[in-house]
Design a protein around this ligand. Structure first.
Ligand SMILES: Cc1cc2nc3c(=O)[nH]c(=O)nc-3n(C[C@H](O)[C@H](O)[C@H](O)COP(=O)(O)OP(=O)(O)OC[C@H]3O[C@@H](n4cnc5c(N)ncnc54)[C@H](O)[C@@H]3O)c2cc1C
Length: 278
């Protein structure tokens, strides 16, 4: 195993159709061979995927893999979140990814929680040490952050509220990750901070995602991707090389693991994983 840690995990989203469910099951069957430390499942802000998240998590556990539901607090009430936590506990789930989430368009009421740190505090008060709590962080800073320092203050607040580890937004620039790690270390924040990895499935989809979440695609990568036009095999081959090399360097430099945003497909993630020899 490369690197200093073994925090290798996979992320899925709850499928929205029977076809999506079948495709995700097939992807998981392939990815299970990688023996991830855990699989996480996203949660639609405002509770829109609440049942789908739990159903997918239970399927994963039934397949013999550890699973961690995401839980976002925006639009939620103390009572609704208490209920979700009780549900997860009743199913023996002990690992969560705690997030603020983004208010879905058309939903005006932000609910009783404003920030992920409020949710982390609430989970600790309600359930003590039952859950291992992961939180999100942003090496290139959250798009709504007023300044990098304030964003770090807010990340620190989540850690001090009781987060055990963190997963980053994806990035293609290792310097941003290490600069963030150094800034955290200077504040005495030493929890594992695992790089989130986005394989490159489609250039246009990546550009859209990245604009929305504030992840930068370095110019040289963007220009190369643009040069392939609709030639999807070339986009994916180039993406595989770029992402695998970045991951290999991150691990060599001491990253504690990798968290793959699989987009519910197996091919790219398992190729990168196998090329890395993890
Ligand atoms: C690993 C990962 C998994 C994700 N999974 C999901 C998912 O399943 N479902 C989903 O809907 N979204 C998900 N997201 C997206 C996430 O919900 C959004 O990025 C959201 O905008 C911020 O969530 P957060 O938990 O980082 O929020 P927070 O940590 O609350 O931060 C949000 C913003 O508020 C600021 N802030 C925080 N605290 C304060 C304060 N006290 N005062 C003033 N400003 C403050 C921060 O600087 C930041 O700009 C995920 C993101 C990542 C990186």
């Amino acid at each position: 195993m490369r690197g200093v840690g073994n925090l290798y995990s996979l992320e899925f989203f709850p499928p929205r159709s029977d076809d999506g469910t079948a495709k995700l099951r097939a992807a998981r069957a392939q990815l299970a061979q990688l023996k991830p430390a855990f699989c996480s499942v996203t949660f639609g802000a405002g509770g829109s995927t609440r049942e789908g998240t739990l159903a997918t998590v239970l399927e994963i556990i039934g397949e013999g893999m550890p699973a961690a539901p995401h839980l976002s607090c925006i639009g939620g009430t103390r009572e609704s979140l208490r209920e979700v936590l009780a549900h997860y506990r009743a199913h023996g789930i002990r690992h969560l990814v705690a997030l603020r989430g983004d208010l879905p368009s058309g939903m005006a009421d932000a609910g009783e929680f404003r920030y992920a740190s409020d949710l982390v505090s609430f989970i600790r008060v309600e359930t003590g040490d039952w859950f291992h709590i992961e939180v999100a962080c942003y090496p290139e800073y959250h798009p709504q952050a007023r300044s990098p320092e304030e964003d770090l203050d807010h990340f620190e607040r989540k850690v001090r509220a009781g987060a055990d580890s963190a997963i980053t937004q994806y990035f293609y620039n290792r310097d941003a990750y290490w600069s963030f790690i150094d800034a955290c270390a200077a504040r005495g924040l030493t929890i594992p901070i695992v790089p989130g990895v986005m394989p490159i499935l489609s250039a246009s989809r990546l550009a859209r995602f990245s604009d929305a979440c504030g992840a930068e695609i370095p110019r040289w990568i963007r220009r190369r991707l643009e040069s392939f036009g609709d030639d999807t095999p070339s986009v994916r081959a180039f993406g595989l090389d770029v992402v695998t090399e970045m991951c290999a360097k991150l691990l060599d430099e001491g990253a504690p693991g990798l968290h793959f945003y699989t987009l519910n497909t197996a091919g790219l993630t398992s190729t990168i994983w196998q090329r890395l020899g993890i």
